[in-house]
Design a protein around this ligand. Structure first.
Ligand code: PMP
Length: 288
């Protein structure tokens, strides 16, 4: 991904893609002091950029560091990246990490670096294709207890178990993995939140030990506007037996139906379809 044309915003400047390098002794690389965001632009506008940039700053704070740019400066920086790369429908990846000034667990005085990369990412699949659903396996790794890890930060370190789980699922021919939490309750997929439809009502786990996704919150809002009941509660995996529809939400996956989780099978249905189309429409609506 590093050897290509394009431009990346790096500590306040737009530089050529190939020159956006870090030093080997970066604290972020050795000790996981790194946080990031994943954003999408539609028709040349980043959807929910305010929420994403606030979350980047908050993720850093949870890891004990201040991102040295304001939300407004991050908006301007991402706009520069969009313009420099001529992006209309794209994916944006802001990242902030501790630099190489100190090489030990303690790195209080290290510089906080920030970069934003972005690339074209059109919607590849039609709603009809997406409605076929994806297949998930149950992950062996569990989302940790909030007393064990900084679970509300979008911290790079928390993605160790996501990558392990996703690789294990892919090796068995699945698209992704569903992670339970430390209590054995349904948590989330490796990069997306999960929703269940039971008898016309929408259920989703309480985001107390995993990321409360921006898409999750948007879809809850959309569902309520459409008159659906949305219940946030603890859900055990056995409940998939009495669940008719399952879908994932996230910046990358948008609203993606699930057709299978381990031994459980689902048929993407009307509620999933309704929310998928409503979300597709919302992200492209001009803001007044
Ligand atoms: N959970 C995890 C682990 C994620 O990586 C993501 C993607 N950022 C989400 C949930 C969904 O979050 P969002 O809707 O803010 O993209």
């Amino acid at each position: 991904f590093d050897d290509r044309d394009g431009f990346i915003w790096y500590n306040g400047e737009i530089i050529p893609w190939r020159d956006a390098k870090v030093h080997i002794l970066s604290h972020g690389l050795h000790y996981g002091s790194s946080v990031f965001e994943g954003e999408r632009s539609y028709n040349g506008r980043i959807f929910k950029r305010q929420e994403h940039h606030e979350r980047l700053i908050s993720s850093g704070k949870i890891l004990g560091f201040d991102v040295p740019y304001s939300v407004e400066e991050l908006h301007q920086a991402s706009q520069k990246v969009m313009d420099a790369n001529n992006i209309v429908d794209g994916y944006f990846r802001p990242v902030a990490w501790r630099g190489s000034e100190m090489m030990a667990v303690s790195a209080q005085k290290s510089r906080i670096h920030v970069a934003i990369a972005a690339w074209d990412w059109p919607s590849y699949f039609s709603p009809e294709d997406r409605l076929k659903g994806i297949r998930l396996d149950f992950a062996e790794w569990r989302r940790p207890d909030p007393a064990t890890a900084p679970v509300h930060s979008k911290a790079a370190g928390l993605y160790m178990i996501a990558t392990l789980s996703k690789h294990a699922a892919e090796a068995k021919g699945y698209n992704d993995a569903l992670m339970l939490d430390y209590r054995g309750q349904i948590a989330e997929a490796t990069g997306a939140n999960v929703f269940l439809v039971q008898d016309g009502k929408i259920h989703t786990p309480i985001a107390d030990c995993f990321l409360d996704g921006i898409t999750r919150r948007t879809v809850i809002e959309l569902a309520k506007q459409k008159g659906y009941d949305v219940v946030e509660r603890a859900i055990m995996p056995e409940e998939f037996a009495k669940t008719q529809e399952v879908f994932l939400t996230g910046t990358a996956v948008e609203v993606t139906p699930v057709s299978e989780i381990g031994e459980y099978k689902f048929t993407p249905g009307d509620i999933t379809k309704d929310l998928l189309l409503a979300y597709d429409q919302l992200v492209r609506e001009p803001v007044l």
